[in-house]
Design a protein around this ligand. Sequence first.
Ligand SMILES: Cc1ncc(COP(=O)(O)OP(=O)(O)O)c(N)n1
Ligand SMILES: Cc1ncsc1CCOP(=O)(O)O
Ligand SMILES: [Mg+2]
Length: 212
Amino acid sequence: MYNKLQYISQGNTIEEQLYNIHQALDAGCDWVQMRFKNQSTKDTFALAEAVKFLCEEYLANFIVNDNLYLAQQIAADGVHLGLTDMNIAEARAILGSTKIIGGTANTFEDIENHIKNGCDYIGLGPFRFTSTKEKLSPILGLSGYVAIIEKMKNSNLTTPVYAIGGITLNDINPLMETGIHGIAVSGMITETDYKKKLIQQLNEKLYANVIV
Ligand SMILES: Cc1ncc(COP(=O)(O)OP(=O)(O)O)c(N)n1
Ligand SMILES: Cc1ncsc1CCOP(=O)(O)O
Ligand SMILES: [Mg+2]
């Protein structure tokens, strides 16, 4: 079973990114997506190498946002690809079957395509407005998730779906009731001074119905 909480990193420099990622890992995050936009190849590679070491130390999953070749080069656990990034079928052909490939979706049709092309999980959103990402796709709100997850159930599609975009603690229960698998968050974790407490609260809600 995939972990239910994915932390998407933030920071404008290598140092800021490493600080935020280290703090999140220390507080109990077990899945990191490194998201470092508009940076030089050299800096992105240096950061990715350092994050890989950190995630190994904390036994956390490590995936790279956007850049499949970087993920391949540093032997990350996988990559997250958006609707305008590399096609998932092509990515699967390059990475093989052992790596995690996530795909962004905003509609049921996006989900159908990604599953056909071999993705492992879907990042479905945005749930609500967020300043973390520019040029957001149409906002889904809770009703959007209810409708899309219902269509997945009717089509027997069981690929794990992660909600994303402006998610706060109080959103977890209603979102999980729609049938999603988990959440991907950036701001909520990066911005709090009480990361351990927040991650414990998030995990309690996310894993409330998991029988071990
Ligand atoms: C888990 C998850 N879901 C969606 C996204 C968004 O990806 P994308 O649309 O490519 O946008 P950027 O993150 O690249 O700005 C994501 N990163 N992770
Ligand atoms: C990368 C991304 N894609 C859709 S919303 C989003 C940002 C999620 O970050 P936050 O949890 O801070 O809203
Ligand atoms: Mg992208």
